[in-house]
Design a protein around this ligand. Structure first.
Ligand SMILES: [Zn+2]
Length: 406
């Protein structure tokens, strides 16, 4: 090869490298409407994605890789309270006798897949030891599922001493828990009365905080909610028996409140024959749950009147509910009277804050992880649009795209 030809070849190779270095590979998504998760809305914008991050959001007429001009784009949804391993077994019932660990694990994978397809790119499981290998498997990036956090092993035995509760919390953290769960009251099927003493609740919450962990406290009775709040827990979940004064107390302490109104009890009633006869799932328990729906409705209407109360979104999804998580958001608007934007923020930026990931997820803005979904319709006009998810991206990777015309 002559020297001129060599130089030309080298120059050509160098020039070919330039675009790859100067302009990182970008995926672009055009959104007819973009709800940013923090209360903002933009029309006809292009989102630029580089790797697993959002690089830019702006205007532009260039052809995008994905054209969602006729759709609404939102941050990937977050459910801060699921039980990802819960499922109906081979006999169709909530108990799963004779099931092998491999079968159990695969049901967890199924639930993860269904939630991701429904637009939930992050969920927090409250929580079982079997969540840990599932969390880590999803994080390896091959199994399609939401980013998963877990409580591993809840504190639920009122006969534990303060020292034993602290040990339990330390053990859960050593077992790689992302969050600590305390049961401070009975199940709603048993009336919801306080179980752990104020002192026990304080022990669990303060030990978790000392270890840098967030705390979710199951509490129905007003007294249990008060104990959890003054103990400095992160989130009170359920709260079915609270009054204005507990709502105010939580607001004053900056405690997140995670009520369930639209999926949990409805799912139990829809699947009554599968649950009936297991533990406290007896006729008396079902009566508590039937009556609980109306009580939760009025409690929720009261709670949203407290404008500084941080209401987040956790469905408490059990067997049968995974993949239907958005029903809670829809119900809060349609039956609870919450403003659609507030309900969306509960499942995006407010939830990201509650689970300690507000700098990474829960909003669409440059620098945030590219977790986003597209839905058919305008959820601000008709919140049930959240049930029509046509596109799901998590960490810059597309997991679902059934948008017509794409
Ligand atoms: Zn739960």
């Amino acid at each position: 090869m002559r020297i001129e030809a060599k130089i030309a070849a080298l120059l050509g190779a160098a020039l070919m490298c330039v675009p790859a270095v100067a302009i990182a590979q970008q995926t672009t998504i055009r959104a007819g409407a973009l709800i940013d998760g923090r209360g903002g809305i933009q029309r006809n914008v292009v989102i630029g994605i580089e790797g697993n991050r959002i690089a830019s959001i702006g205007s532009g007429n260039a052809r995008a890789n994905y054209d969602f001009s006729n759709f609404t784009v939102l941050p990937g949804l977050i459910d801060a309270h699921v039980h990802i391993g819960a499922h109906f077994g081979r006999n169709g019932r909530a108990s799963t006798p004779g099931e092998t660990p491999a079968e159990e694990a695969l049901y967890g994978v199924e639930n993860a897949y269904m939630m991701l397809m429904a637009g939930f790119t992050t969920v927090q499981s409250i929580g079982a030891a079997s969540d840990v290998p599932l969390r880590d498997a999803i994080a390896r990036g091959k199994i399609p599922g939401p980013r998963l956090l877990t409580a591993v092993s809840p504190v639920n035995n009122p006969s534990m001493t303060v020292a034993q509760i602290k040990d339990h919390v330390r053990k859960a953290v050593a077992d790689s828990a992302d969050v600590i769960k305390l049961f401070a009251s009975k199940s709603i099927r048993e009336g919801g009365g306080q179980t752990l003493s104020d002192e026990q609740v304080l022990a669990g919450c303060s030990e978790a905080k000392n270890l840098g962990k967030r705390v979710w406290v199951h509490a129905h009775a007003a007294s249990a909610v008060r104990a959890a709040t003054v103990a400095g827990c992160t989130t009170v979940t359920h709260g079915s028996q609270i009054t204005d004064s507990e709502a105010e107390l939580m607001a004053d302490h900056g405690t997140f409140f995670e009520p369930q109104t639209g999926l949990l009890l409805q799912n139990y009633l829809e699947n009554k024959s599968r649950f009936l006869g297991e533990g406290n799932f007896n006729e008396a328990g079902f009566k508590f749950m039937e009556e609980g729906i109306a009580l939760n409705d009025s409690m929720f209407k009261m709670a949203i009147r407290h404008k500084t109360l941080k209401i987040n979104m956790g469905t408490d999804a059990v067997a049968g509910a995974h993949g239907q998580n958005a029903r809670e958001i829809v119900y809060r608007v349609q039956k609870g009277g919450q403003a659609p934007m507030d309900a969306i923020m509960s499942a995006t930026s407010i939830n990201a804050d509650a689970i300690g990931l507000k700098d990474r997820i829960g909003a669409l803005a440059p620098g945030m992880e590219a977790d986003l979904i597209a839905v058919e319709g305008d959820p601000l006009a008709d919140i049930s649009a959240l049930l029509r998810v046509v596109f799901v991206m998590k960490g810059g990777k597309v997991y679902r795209n059934i948008a017509p015309g794409q």
